[in-house]
Design a protein. Sequence first.
Length: 224
Amino acid sequence: MNILITGAGKGIGLALTMAFLSEGHAVFAVSRNIDALTKIASPNLTPFSFDLQYADYVLLFDEVKRCFKSVDVLINNAGAMVSKPLLDLSDADFNLLFDVNVKAAFKMVQGCVPLMKHGTHIVNISSMGGFQGSVKFPGLALYSASKGALATLTEAMAVELSVQKIAVNALALGAVQTEMLSAAFPGYQAPLQPAEMAAFIKDFALSGHKVFNGKILPVSLSTP
């Protein structure tokens, strides 16, 4: 299958890329920093350096089309996190979080859908922070709001794309030991490593759309 992953240069995204490659899938891996990706020796991997907030999506999809005739799975994994008290948050913080966590997924879907056929799957990586009724943490107001917006966007996309039989789901992830989590919560040890979560996401991306569409599924060891 042809897999497109954003935020593929580290953490869960890098682990996802490696998991798909290990099964023989072709991966178009998007990340601002592709250093780790360029060290993976695989003819099935296409690393592409791209800034989801500022770069030209036309150029991105010109390259996707050069590599892939079609896209079977899109995983909007890229995310940004800012941990600040509510009153200290700036317009720049707002723009970063909503540009990367919401708008980028919107743009990726717009670009990918013309390359997707019946039975394909879009997976948006959300967060328990944006899951309705979950525990919220001080400093993550805008982050949680952006992930909540992504969840609602997922539901709306699923309705519109059902005509093309393209499924859209979101996984609201709990804590995973990534660089982003460590920066927000120094010293905190998450119960899962990136490779463990990536294994679940891979399996869901390949088969979850057979039983789910338009769903926001909590993937966490804790209860909301």
